[in-house]
Design a binder for this molecule. Structure first.
Ligand SMILES: *Cc1c(COP(=O)(O)O)cnc(C)c1O
Length: 367
C-alpha cells in the first residue's frame, strides 16, 4: 500500500465545488489585490481567532517579520525564540537585526520550556516568541506570567496551531500579536502562499496594514517605508471557504492521532506525542520519537509509507547561522529531537486502512 505523507487533494475534493466557485467569483470580478475577498476574510479570521483584527499578508515569515517591525525591534534588542522550531521563526528575528536568544524545549512537547526562559532574560530582552509546534500550544500561562514580570512582549508563531484552544482562548490571541501561515500543508492552508497577523492592538493593526502595502493607506500616498506583502484575492476567497471547515478538519486530525496513539500504545520503543499543556491539540504534525528513527524510516519507506522529519537540522546548526556563537552541543534537546523525531502521515480524510497500515508497520518494525 502507498501512503503519502500528506494528501491535499483528499481534502480539496470534498469542497471542490465551493473552491471553484470562490475562484470563479474572483476571476469574474477581476479584482485581484486588496479587495473585498481579503477584507471579508480578515474579518472572518479575526472573528474565528477571537481577536479584534486580522491582517492578510504574503506568507507566515512576513507575518512574524511585520509584527516585529510594528512593535519596533532592531539592533541591540534580544528576542527569545525556541531552539527547536522551523527556521522562519529565527529568520524573522534576524531580519530585524535583533539578537536571537534560543531557549531549549521541554522534550515531551518540543515547545519552549518556560522554566528555561527566565535564565536568558536581561535588560536587552524585548520579547518572547513562542511557537505552537506541531499543533500543540506552548505553555502560554507560564510564558505570559514571565513576560508580565519582566515587561516583555509576547508574539505567537501560530503557523502550526490554527484552531487550538487554551483556557477558552484561540491560539494567536494571547500576545501583542500572533503570526500565522496559510502555506498549503498547514491546518488552514491556501493554494499558494499566504499568511496573517492577528491582534487586539489597534496601533499594531494600523501599522501592519500600512507596512504590508508600501507604507500606504491611500493609493500613491506613502507614510512610511513599507514592503509588498499582501494576501491576494484568490487565496483569500479560498481561505474563506476552508475556514468554515477548519474545526471539522482539526477534529479529523485529532481522531487520526487517537487511532495512532492506540495502535502504538503497546510499542515501548516509541514515544507518541505528548500534550503537557491544557490546550486542545490540532495535530498539524504527528511526531513520534524513537532512538531507531533512521532505521524505522527506511522500514516504512520500503513499505510504501512516506514520512518526514521535523526538523532534521536545528536552526543553530544550519549553515545560515554559522556566524552565531552556537556550535554542536549548544542546544542538546533540540539536537536530540532532530535525531529521534519522525512524523507519520496525517491529513484530514486519511483512510482507515492507511492509518491502520502505518500503525501496524511501525509496530512490526520493533517486533
Ligand atoms: C510554516 C511555518 C512558518 C512560515 O510560514 P511560510 O508561510 O512558509 O513563510 C513559520 N513558522 C512555523 C513554525 C512554520 O511551521
Amino acid at each position: 500500500m502507498k501512503v503519502p505523507y500528506i494528501d491535499l487533494k483528499a481534502g480539496h475534493d470534498h469542497i471542490k465545488g465551493e473552491i471553484h466557485e470562490a475562484i470563479s467569483r474572483v476571476v469574474e470580478n477581476s479584482w485581484y489585490i486588496l479587495g473585498e475577498e481579503v477584507s471579508t476574510f480578515e474579518k472572518a479570521y479575526a472573528d474565528y481567532s477571537g481577536t479584534k483584527y486580522a491582517i492578510g499578508v504574503g506568507n507566515g515569515l512576513d507575518a512574524i517579520s511585520l509584527i516585529l517591525k510594528a512593535v519596533g525591534f532592531g539592533h541591540g534588542d534580544e528576542v527569545i525564540v525556541p531552539s527547536n522550531t522551523y527556521i522562519a521563526t529565527w529568520m524573522a528575528v534576524s531580519g530585524t537585526g535583533a539578537t536571537i536568544v534560543p531557549v531549549e524545549p521541554d522534550i515531551r512537547s518540543g515547545n519552549i520550556d518556560p522554566l528555561a526562559i527566565e535564565t536568558k532574560i536581561n535588560s536587552k530582552t524585548k520579547a518572547i516568541l513562542p511557537v505552537h509546534l506541531h499543533g500543540c500550544m506552548a505553555d502560554m500561562a507560564a510564558i505570559k506570567k514571565i513576560a508580565e514580570k519582566h515587561r516583555l512582549f509576547v508574539i505567537e508563531d501560530n503557523a502550526q496551531a490554527q484552531g487550538a484552544i487554551l483556557d477558552g482562548k484561540k491560539s494567536g490571541s494571547f500576545g501583542i500579536a500572533g503570526a500565522t501561515s496559510f502555506y498549503p500543508g498547514k491546518n488552514l492552508g491556501c493554494m499558494g502562499d499566504g499568511g496573517a497577523v492577528t491582534t487586539d492592538d489597534e496601533e499594531i493593526y494600523k501599522k501592519i496594514k500600512r507596512y504590508r502595502n508600501y507604507g500606504s493607506d491611500i493609493k500613491y500616498v506613502h507614510e512610511v517605508l513599507g514592503v509588498n506583502s499582501r494576501l491576494d484575492e484568490i487565496q483569500a476567497a479560498i481561505l474563506k471557504v476552508k475556514l468554515k471547515y477548519l474545526d471539522d478538519w482539526n477534529d479529523k486530525r485529532r481522531k487520526i492521532a487517537e487511532k495512532y496513539n492506540a495502535l502504538l500504545s503497546g510499542c515501548e520503543q516509541v514515544i507518541t506525542p505528548e500534550n503537557i499543556s491544557d490546550a486542545s491539540m490540532v495535530h498539524h504534525i504527528y511526531r513520534i520519537r524513537t532512538t531507531q528513527r533512521d532505521k524505522l524510516r527506511l522500514h516504512l519507506e520500503n513499505k510504501g509509507i512516506q514520512t518526514l522529519i521535523h526538523y532534521p537540522i536545528p536552526p543553530h546548526l544550519q549553515k545560515a547561522y554559522e556566524h552565531l556563537p552556537f556550535g554542536k552541543g549548544a542546544f542538546p534537546i533540540a539536537e536530540e529531537l532532530a535525531t529521534t523525531s519522525l512524523s507519520l502521515p496525517l491529513y484530514p480524510f486519511m483512510e482507515e486502512d492507511k492509518i491502520a497500515y502505518v500503525g501496524e508497520s511501525v509496530v512490526s518494525f520493533f517486533e
